[in-house]
Design a protein around this ligand. Sequence first.
Ligand SMILES: C[S@@+](CC[C@H](N)C(=O)[O-])C[C@H]1O[C@@H](n2cnc3c(N)ncnc32)[C@H](O)[C@@H]1O
Length: 200
Amino acid sequence: MAEGKFAGAYDLLFSHYLKSVRKKIMNIVKKYGCKNVIDLGCGTGEQCRMLFNEGMKVVGVDASLHMINYARKVSSAGTKYLVSDILSLDTKKIFDCAILSFVLHGNTMEEQEKILEKAKEMTKNGIVIIADYGEAENIKGKVINVMIKIIEGMAEQAHSRNYRLYVKNGGLRRLMKGQEMLEQYSFYGGVIRIVVINSS
Ligand SMILES: C[S@@+](CC[C@H](N)C(=O)[O-])C[C@H]1O[C@@H](n2cnc3c(N)ncnc32)[C@H](O)[C@@H]1O
């Protein structure tokens, strides 16, 4: 995954803008009483660190060695990290909660569905929290969408193509068909959304 090469810069660029999203994810994890969490596509591990500091057991997984090396370097020893493609994991019903934060849009549509099923398999009577791009619901959202398109356009070719297809095909709305959605939150005029689904 190309973004891994820029692990340090990733936090520098996005951490501030994602603060409210990360905080909401943490509050959802707490609200559902989850103690044992897996962050799939954890990137630099920022969300993992927040959860660990709140007393949760956290495992972060990412396909990028650069991202995981960086995450390990800046996290305390108690947070566990693993380099792996999500689809290669063979973990069933171990966690209370799985997080997919800005991971799905970079994968093909087929992979997105498989990743979501994998996340559900890993969580016992639990929840999957997805943070990703949704549809703009006002002018603010439309403006932010233009900026996101520019940023995603600078990613590696396959990622950019997957992002475009993700958006074109309805993004999270398409993926939520047939899922038991428990809650939904909107940020930045709807362009960023969090959805919580029941995986039991
Ligand atoms: C945009 S970053 C988001 C990182 C972090 N979750 C966050 O919210 O900031 C996407 C991350 O997901 C990882 N990723 C994407 N698809 C993956 C897959 N199929 N298996 C493992 N990691 C994946 C990438 O390597 C990258 O680090």
